[in-house]
Design a protein around this ligand. Structure first.
Ligand code: DGL
Length: 273
């Protein structure tokens, strides 16, 4: 790649806002990099759809980011990452990563009891992708997985306050089997879930380490760009551009909650179909 190519943005996408948890970490690690984010807010959630539909959406999301001339793509979506074929990246002109492997690597390092819990969307849990990767690196590890279908709509609608009674009730019900199984490490296998981390942690207890799949994937992306000498010239502050497939109204406010700061960037609506 020439210098012009290194100065291209990093592309990140998700079904909605969850992937912004990865953007938050990327901004922290790589403040000079430009980031283009696409949130498919018009078609969220992905996690309750068929694999065929998820793959079609993912291909469209990737194709859109390629039109933005990105230098690498992060699928900051557990559902896409766990359903996409292993050789998907090979057909792309830029490096591509999902979130599954990096969260599993971090969880395997963190667990002392050799017991990892996974929570994610129904489609992700059905795919068995997290479990398969954990067993690829550590076949002896016990895995307990549970789907949490309502977490994505709760987060997308801003039901994230630690004392929110609705979210707490739902979380208590979803987490009951995990609490009983008693792993010492819990993968938040959907990038929306870190927004519920305070509630999840309250229920699971302080001795359970939570692994944020958006954060671990962002760390991998930063390391990859550095290892392959693909970082931009560090002479300026990076810019952010946000694209969504539904109304832009209110996006900045909710996205600001995910990012933990102002969005610092333009928001544009596109037609993804
Ligand atoms: N953030 C997506 C994930 O990581 C949410 C999927 C959905 O839209 O259901 O799985």
């Amino acid at each position: 790649m020439t210098n012009e190519l290194f100065n291209r943005p990093i592309g990140v996408f998700d079904s909605g806002l969850g992937g912004l948890t990865a953007v938050k970490e990327l901004r922290k690690l790589l403040p000079h990099e430009d980031i283009v984010y696409f949130g498919d807010t018009g078609r969220v959630p992905y996690g309750t759809k068929s694999r065929e539909t998820i793959l079609r959406y993912a291909q469209q999301d990737v194709d859109f980011l390629l039109t933005c001339k990105v230098k690498m793509i992060l699928a900051a979506c557990g559902t896409v990452s766990s359903n996409i074929p292993k050789d998907f990246a090979r057909q792309l002109p830029v490096p591509f990563t999902g979130v599954v492997e990096h969260a599993c690597d971090a969880a395997v390092k963190a667990t002392k009891k050799r017991h990892i819990g996974i929570i994610a969307t129904p489609s992700t849990i059905r795919s068995g992708a997290y479990e398969a990767h954990i067993h690829l690196i550590a076949p002896d590890i016990q895995v307990t997985a549970a789907p949490c279908s309502l977490f994505v709509p709760l987060v997308e609608n801003g039901y994230i306050q630690q004392d929110n009674p609705v979210t707490r009730l739902v979380a208590q019900q979803y987490l009951a089997p995990l609490k009983q199984a008693n792993p010492d490490t819990l993968i938040l296998g959907c990038t929306h879930y870190p927004l519920l981390a305070p509630i999840i942690s309250d229920i699971m207890g302080p001795e359970v380490t939570l692994i944020d799949s958006g954060q671990t994937a962002a760390r991998y992306t930063a390391q990859y760009l550095q290892d392959h000498a693909m970082l931009c010239e560090p002479c300026r502050r990076g810019t952010n551009r946000f694209y969504v497939s539904d109304s832009t109204e209110g996006f900045a406010d909710v996205a600001g909650i995910f990012l933990g700061s102002d969005i610092h960037g333009e928001v544009t609506r596109i037609h993804i179909d």
